[in-house]
Ligand binder design. Structure first.
Ligand SMILES: [Zn+2]
Length: 373
């Protein structure tokens, strides 16, 4: 009999579901991997940067995007959180009104031009000064941060001793914690030892999501053979950074670090000069997390270590967001699974493990784990 884990259904607390015809198949991919809840990031085009359909701003409304996700899930997702994209037009009044209706649970900070769809972002200082973070703190709205400093010289963006994420957690986030001690903050998709240690040492109001790719890979995996399907932001870092993330999730008292895949499908990964940021892990994330835990030295045959894995995947995230741990379960079984591209209309989306293969003509890749619902 192969090893089998029975786990509570889990929440992917950071994922991208795009828009229009892509939404339904992408939501289905999440349902197929045992998700009971999702946090759907708002960097659509136009971004989800107003609350109500009736607001006059030229953005997608949180109300309508959430409705589209609900329709796509056909009642099968218990929780759908859409954070509001923070722009220069976001006001404390919008936060209060959104929170009062129950629609607004979180807001997302994007460093201006820092990643895909981040051109509407505004500097963090603006939200410290204009009352938006104050309103979020008062109304118990969680701040999700893409933690990278912006407008940096290339040497500072990614260097031996420092990088955009390192600078963000050393210099930009501490004043926010000081000024808003009750504001709950999620450091999204952290990649560095600096961030992991900052979150671990920080107050209970601070937690972090970690992707499968940042637990599995380093920047060397990206560069060796230029495996551009691994290109995501923040970039995977060095082995000491990956070790810090692994230590954080394998700590038996971990309550602060949780699953958020940052699954981000791109039909066209490469551009004329560059590459779209994001790895697609829809349908296969629990499998990849289990693989990452094992590669980090976790023995998933040991019930005590299974508990650590379950806390990371299924419990810490919802608990931080004030959501119930799911009663329904799913099964993660240690049996090889072949995976394929996801075809949606004329698009073909390559899941990360397939994109990591040296032979680009290979039609499939094999994972060590399978999900059964
Ligand atoms: Zn993301």
């Amino acid at each position: 009999m192969s090893l089998s884990l029975i786990l509570p259904r889990w929440y992917d607390l950071h994922a991208h579901f795009r828009q229009d015809d892509l939404i339904a198949p992408l939501v289905q991919a999440h349902l197929s991997m045992g998700c009971c809840g999702i946090l759907a990031m708002p960097n659509t085009s136009p971004p989800v940067a107003k609350i109500f359909d009736t607001d006059s701003l030229p953005y997608t409304s949180l109300e309508s995007y959430r409705r589209q996700l609900q329709d796509a899930a056909n009642g099968l997702l218990e929780t759908i959180i859409v954070p509001l994209y923070l722009t220069a037009q976001t006001t404390p009044q919008m936060i209060a009104a959104g929170a009062h209706t129950g629609l607004l649970k979180a807001c997302k900070y994007y460093p201006p031009h820092g990643t895909t769809g981040a051109m509407h972002g505004a500097p963090l200082e603006l939200f410290i000064q204009n009352g938006v973070l104050r309103a979020m703190e008062e109304h118990n709205v969680i701040l999700c941060v893409h933690g990278e400093a912006h407008d940096l010289a290339a040497e500072k963006y990614f260097d031996e001793k420092t990088n955009a994420e390192d600078l963000f957690y050393r210099e930009m986030l501490p004043p926010v914690l000081d000024a808003f001690p009750r504001l709950k903050i999620v450091a999204e998709h952290i990649t560095t030892r600096t961030a992991a240690e900052f979150v671990a040492r920080g107050p209970d109001t601070l937690a972090a999501s970690i992707t499968p790719q940042h637990l599995l890979y380093t920047v060397g995996h990206l560069l060796k053979g230029l495996r551009y399907h691994l290109y995501c932001l923040p970039l995977p870092k060095f082995s000491d950074d990956r070790a810090a993330l692994q230590e954080a999730v394998l700590d038996k008292s971990n309550q602060k670090f949780f699953a958020g895949t940052d699954s981000a499908p791109h039909a066209q990964k490469t551009t004329d000069c560059g590459c779209a940021a994001g790895c697609f892990t829809g349908g296969i994330a629990p499998q990849l997390y289990a693989q990452a835990f094992e590669e980090a030295g976790c023995n998933l045959e040991d019930p005590a270590q299974q508990k650590i894995f379950a806390a990371f995947l299924c419990e810490n995230g919802p608990t931080f967001y004030g959501l119930p741990v799911a009663q329904k379960t799913f099964q993660l079984r240690k049996e090889p699974q072949n995976i394929h591209t996801l075809k949606i209309g004329s698009h073909e989306i390559v899941p990360l493990p397939l994109g990591m293969r040296a032979d680009m003509n290979a039609q499939r890749a094999t994972l060590p784990w399978q999900v059964h619902l």
